[in-house]
Design a protein around this ligand. Structure first.
Ligand SMILES: [Fe+2]
Length: 292
């Protein structure tokens, strides 16, 4: 009897172990989510250097974690150390031996031949990202003040209405590009979108205003954290705008930047230009809202 009992016990134990193995095997086989597998690299902005060339990369005025929890550190790191760095290195290569080689970045954009597609994309990519990243900072909960706030109230009715119009313009835009708050010669504010890496300094767009604030609408700017929730990304952007910096841009405009407003309003004849005209912003009808 004892040997029979031992045999039964042994068979039962083997069956249990076998079942546990099967169960464990099924659990281990659950596929991992690729986004979860992405890890922060842990470097510092000061570790990032452009290859030798006319332009160096912007010194980021904050660390990669400074915009947390609103903008995640990994996106900030990749945005700066991969995307902006890539534009700087490409710009340096693309201007060698050209008329742009000795010009400052602003001058390249203002004197750009719109058919120089590579320089147009790289110079715009550097300028737009510099402008965007310098306009951000740790959340303060503040709203704009001073002359900028007075003009926002005058031209949009209220800060809330300005935010609404800026947000809807961003969501209405399809594809990669930028939303801008710009000022004309009189200080009047308006909102425009530009496609790809175009910006208000490019005369062929006919924007005739200088940039005050911009928002990156390329998916690399938000997809890691926000995925398809573009409205949440735009709303979150307003938590990390450095309004003191934006106010200084606007305050400096009448004194230092008025002469830099593009004055050439003529747009190249159809057929000579790629389809990257500035997009006039209008308040969308409810059924036209896209981007989420
Ligand atoms: Fe970007």
């Amino acid at each position: 009897m004892k040997s029979t009992q031992l045999f039964v016990i042994a068979v039962t134990a083997a069956t249990v172990v076998s079942c546990k193995k099967d169960t464990l095997h099924e659990v281990v086989d659950v596929p991992a989510t690729p986004i979860v597998a992405v890890k922060q690299k842990g470097g510092k902005p000061t570790d990032v250097k452009a290859a030798e060339g006319a332009f160096q990369i912007l010194e980021l005025p904050y660390g990669y974690t400074a915009l947390e929890p609103h903008f995640d550190a990994l996106t900030t790191e990749i945005h700066y150390s991969k995307h902006l760095l890539g534009y700087v290195n490409s710009l340096n290569k693309s201007i060698v031996g050209t008329k742009y080689e000795t010009l400052e970045l602003d001058a390249i954009l203002k004197n750009l031949n719109a058919s120089d597609a590579v320089v147009r994309n790289n110079a715009g990519g550097v300028y737009n990202h510099n402008f965007f990243l310098e306009g951000l900072g740790p959340a303060t909960g503040k709203e704009p003040e001073g002359a900028l706030m007075e003009s926002i109230n005058k031209d949009f009715g209220s800060f809330e209405e300005f935010r609404n119009q800026f947000t809807e313009a961003s969501l209405r835009f399809i594809g990669s590009g930028w939303t801008w708050l710009v000022s004309d010669k009189t200080g009047k504010l308006k909102i425009v979108n530009t496609a790809n890496n175009d910006n208000p300094l490019m005369k062929n767009l006919g924007i005739t205003s200088v940039p005050i604030l911009n928002l990156d609408l390329w998916e690399h700017a938000y997809y890691l954290k926000f995925q398809n929730r573009k409205r949440e990304y735009v709303n979150t952007f307003f938590s990390v705008v450095n309004w003191e910096k934006i106010e200084k841009r606007y305050d400096a405009f009448p004194k230092a930047a008025r002469s830099s407003v593009p004055t050439e309003t003529a747009v190249e004849a159809p057929g000579t230009e790629t389809p990257v005209q500035a997009q006039p912003v209008v308040t969308p009808k409810p059924e036209e809202k896209t981007g989420e």
